[in-house]
Design a protein around this ligand. Structure first.
Ligand code: ADP
Ligand code: MG
Length: 456
């Protein structure tokens, strides 16, 4: 293709009209509307984006799909380049694109991905925040990286829920190993990719190339092995690859979303191989760790963000770290688009939808118990339990009071959710909180701050 007979803007309209049907309205408005297609040259389409975050976000979340759609429409393998607009609000640049300053023409996927190992270079140990939830997994990963093939942690299997850092951690091992000794061959793959490769090798009658690709690794990282479930032939193939590497003292690291004993549909001999090294888990991070992660992310991107904003995000976006990161990026995008500093008002505005999700689904008594437990750092079990320690009683009373105030639940119902207590206990709790709020302004402020965190 020398020249595509289509204007960048027209091509972009065709692409986005397809994307529109695939993403939520909110995602579309946030991520696609502000983008402008400015050029088609040298087999690539140049997209102008408002900030580096946009580029990263778009590239990592929608990069593949954009390429696919471009191919569908043009029939050509166009690449995408991103141009970051600096110093000019995007609105202005729409009017007069010629005065737009451009910086860092970024080639999609080139900056962060190492094409050989398929590692994302941003996933390092340095920016993996340690907390009680991931301490062991991190320590084990570091040992493996520092003494490749010499520890008994082979395979190292890391399991944990979605978005809790498994991929980050195993890729950090890969990056560290390469950093220590660049000749080491690291190969990162997902079990899905492994399956696809295997199927395509069979189709092309090319299984020796397939084996070679995986078996010449010194370190093989296989992410999300739960997807091997029920794929017997692939499992068989994986078993051979595994054995081959293992016998030659090569290191294997695996991740899965649950403990291997709960992986149904995996052959026993594969399961026992998986369990023959070290198994470590990653749990959901505590509030403190979540805040630390957000601070670290911001810092790594050269941005400062007020503590209370990280706290706002961390207390409200609890699902997983990826979601939390999404909220942060959205906030950055919003601030860079509106050219305003990041402050509480802006944060609330920008994150309205993300933070509002829990509100629209109307809070329940259990939500309140969950939030209070998170904020005061006393377990839910203790809050609804029988313990009489002062701070536990206080947390319990606060949660009861807020259940009454926010949810408007009946005294009986509240009692029921707090370990089957009598309604008079709930009355007593509410009364004492109210009284204390009246007597002590500090306490009132404290309760209100908890309330606002629970409610956002
Ligand atoms: P998983 O593979 O478990 O689904 P990921 O490794 O993809 O999760 O992590 C999701 C996001 O959260 C990534 O951007 C990752 O960098 C980030 N993340 C997770 N845990 C941490 C941590 N402890 N410190 C810093 N970032 C983290
Ligand atoms: Mg992952």
């Amino acid at each position: 293709m020398d020249k595509i007979e289509i204007k960048p803007s027209e091509l972009w309209i065709s692409v986005t009209s397809k994307i529109k049907t695939m993403v939520t309205e909110q995602a579309y408005a946030t991520w696609f509307e502000p983008i402008k297609a400015v050029a088609i040259e040298n087999h690539s389409l140049t997209l102008e984006v408002p900030s580096k975050f946009y580029y990263e976000w778009i590239d990592s979340h929608y990069g593949t799909i954009l390429l696919e759609k471009l191919k569908e429409i043009t029939g050509e393998n166009l690449k995408i380049r991103y141009s970051v607009v600096v110093g000019e609000p995007i609105i202005k640049s729409r009017q007069s694109s010629s005065i737009v300053e451009k910086q860092n023409l970024l080639n999609a996927s080139n900056e962060y991905y190492d094409s050989g190992s398929k590692l994302n270079k941003r996933y390092t140990f340095e920016n993996f925040v340690e907390g009680a939830n991931n301490q062991l997994a991190k320590a084990a990963s570091i040992s493996v990286a520092e003494a490749l093939g010499e520890t008994s942690f082979n395979p190292l299997l890391i399991y944990g829920g979605v978005g809790l850092g498994k991929t980050h951690l195993i890729q950090a091992v890969g990056n560290q190993v390469i950093k220590n000794k660049s000749i080491t061959k690291v190969h990162y793959t997902t079990s899905e990719k492994f399956t696809l490769d295997f199927i395509s090798a069979i189709q092309k009658n090319n299984s020796s190339k397939f084996s070679e690709k995986y078996r010449n690794a010194d370190l093989l990282l296989v992410d999300d092995i739960q997807f091997l479930q029920k794929k017997e032939q692939t499992q068989e193939q994986f078993f051979h690859t595994f054995n081959d590497l293992y016998q030659r003292g090569k290191q294997i690291i695996l991740t899965t979303d649950r403990h291997p004993s709960e992986l149904n549909g995996l052959k026993d001999r594969l399961l026992s191989r998986f369990q023959s090294g070290l198994i470590v888990d990653i749990q959901a991070p505590s509030l403190e760790t979540r805040i630390a992660i957000l601070q670290k992310k911001a810092e790594d991107d050269g941005l400062s963000i007020p503590y209370e904003i990280t706290e706002l995000i961390a207390t409200n976006v609890r699902g997983n770290i990826r979601e939390m990161e999404g909220a942060l990026i959205k906030l950055f995008a919003y601030s860079s688009l509106s050219h305003s500093d990041i402050n509480m008002t802006l944060a609330k505005k920008a994150l309205h939808e993300t933070l509002g999700r829990s509100q629209t689904k109307k809070l329940t008594i259990d939500d309140i118990i969950y939030s209070v437990s998170d904020i005061v750092e006393i377990s839910q079990k203790k809050i609804i339990g029988r313990g009489r320690k002062m701070e536990v009683v206080s947390a319990r009373q606060i949660a009861m009071y807020l259940s009454r105030e926010i949810v408007g639940a009946s005294l009986e119902n509240i009692g029921l959710h707090f370990g089957g207590r009598d309604h008079s206990t709930v009355i007593h709790a509410c009364k004492s909180i109210k009284l204390k709020m009246k007597q002590k302004p500090d306490f009132k402020e404290y309760i209100n701050s908890i309330r606002s965190k629970v409610e956002i």
